[in-house]
Structure formats: C-alpha cells, structure tokens
Design a protein around this ligand. Sequence first.
Ligand code: RIB
Ligand code: CA
Length: 319
Amino acid sequence: MSVPVILDVDTGVDDALAILFAVRHPGIEVLGITCVAGNASLAQVVDNTLRVLDAVGAPDLPVAAGAVRPLLEPPRSAGHVHGLDGLGGVPLPPTQRRPEPVGAVELLRRLILEHPTPVTLVALAPQTNLALLLRTYPEVAGNLERIVFMGGSASVGNATAVAEFNVWHDPEAAAIVLDANVPAYMYGLDVFNRVAVEQEVAAALEHGDDPLGRVVGALLGHRIALSADEQEEYTGLIGDAGAVCSIVDPLALRTEVRPVRVELAGYGRGQTLVDLRGRRGEDMVHGLADEWANVEIALEVDATRLTRLFLETLGLAGR
Ligand code: RIB
Ligand code: CA
C-alpha cells in the first residue's frame, strides 16, 4: 500500500533529489507538487521542478506555483548554496511540462479533500504555502495523515547559528503550521546534516553511463561556497530526500515526541526551540509556559541505511 503524498518544494539541489526519490519509490504515490520561493525565485523553482520531473520520467502529475515570498520577510534566495539557477548549474533540458492554472493553495486543497484516504504533506521548503492553506481552508487538516517537514533543528542552525533555513526564511509560517494541530514529523538538521553520499560514489555516478545517475551525481557533487574566498566544499548530502526516505523507512531514524515552538523575535528568530527536558520546569510550575506543539523529532539516523535506500531506489547502488 503506497503512501499518498504531496510535496511542497523550493527546488533546490536537494529538493530535486527528493523529487527523484519520491517519484521512483513504489511505496510513495506523489499526488502533486507545490512550489514556493526559497532556494530560488518562485519562477525558477517551478521551472526547476518541471525539468526534474522530466529527468526522472515522472508521470504527468500536477505542479502548482505558490507564494512568491514569505508572509512577512522579503524573499532571500539561497543562491550561494544552490547556485543562481537553484540546481547548482546542473543542466537539465527545457521541459514541455506546464504548471497548473491554479495556485498552490487551491491545488493542495483539491488534492487533500478529494483523496479517499488521509494524505501526507511533505514540506521541503519554507512553509508559506502550508500556512496560507491552513489559514484559508483549515478543514484540510481533517484529511491530513501528518505533515513531514524538513526544517528546524534541536541543535545547530545553518541560516543562522541557531535557525535552519526553511524555518528561518518564514518563521511565522512555521509557527502557523505547528499551531494547526496536525501530527507533525520534524526531519531537522540533527539528521539532515548526517546523510551523505561518499564523494567517490557521486563522482562515479556523474561520469557514469546512466543518464539519471549523471544527474544525481552532479547534484550530489554540487559544492557549496558560502563566500567568494571560501574553499568550495563537497557535502554529498541527500538533504530533503532524507525526509522522504524517512517515510518509507522510519526505523532508520530514532525519534522522540517533544514540545516545539518557533522563536519569532531577536537573534534567535526562526529557531525551533525543542524542549528536551526530562521533567517539568519553573515555566510550567508557574504557568509561564508558552504554547508548544508536540512534534515527533528525528534526533538520530542510520545514515548508511538511508543513503543505501536512496541510491537503491534510483537504481544507482553499486554503480
Ligand atoms: O536547511 C536546508 C533546507 O533549506 C533544505 O530544504 C534546502 O533545500 C533549503 O530549502
Ligand atoms: Ca528545500
């Protein structure tokens, strides 16, 4: 029985890897994909997403454009991480595919409410589309199995010392999603930063004879240069794809259900505050505890197992 999912993406090098995996894995049925500004501009994200669907020979599934910027913040693309085209310069041919004539919120509403069983919403980007959906059609929560999101961190940040990019990009949106009382699964930097393909493997794929392998190898091999004078570093992270992998192999990760809230002010704006205490604290004793959402948080991962799942699903293991 495959899991019906909708992906919300800001394609993005690792969003591309996630799309490839989701389309190919037999245990996942991709009902549709919605796009949001984040790693790149909305128009670039839509075009990248359509081209990635061609690269993996995806069926004709609906793709819709969503928010052009966060709810409050200005758009801040991550060109220094994903390249100016959002795909690390990996050349994918132009596509004949076209986005839906409706926006992301409408497509999400339709796909969720029309599906006969609860749908899993997979958020791999700033959660602006999800927030707009939940504020416009709160009834969709009734047919959502859960929201699996790549975002946040119980430890280190990346956009800032303490905040992860997707949540930092639109903190209000993330707070709205956590407040929606939909079961949530957080695939944050605590595990995101650990799941990587070895450089030799990525290089072999990039220069191999498998067309999809060449795309995957090039995406994995995209190097991040956070500033002009920095040495470009190989990461090989499968990134967002790991969040999708967690759906088909949840036992590859150790999770805990913990209270989470999003910090909206000060330097910590965009940080996901995760309460890892083993007992009540003064804030609770004295009625000072803010509203927190209980979220299933991935804290540890068998990185080798997830990387193998990713490569095997794409038919690229052992190449
Ligand atoms: O912090 C990593 C996240 O930000 C990933 O989803 C990446 O694609 C970017 O959107
Ligand atoms: Ca992303």
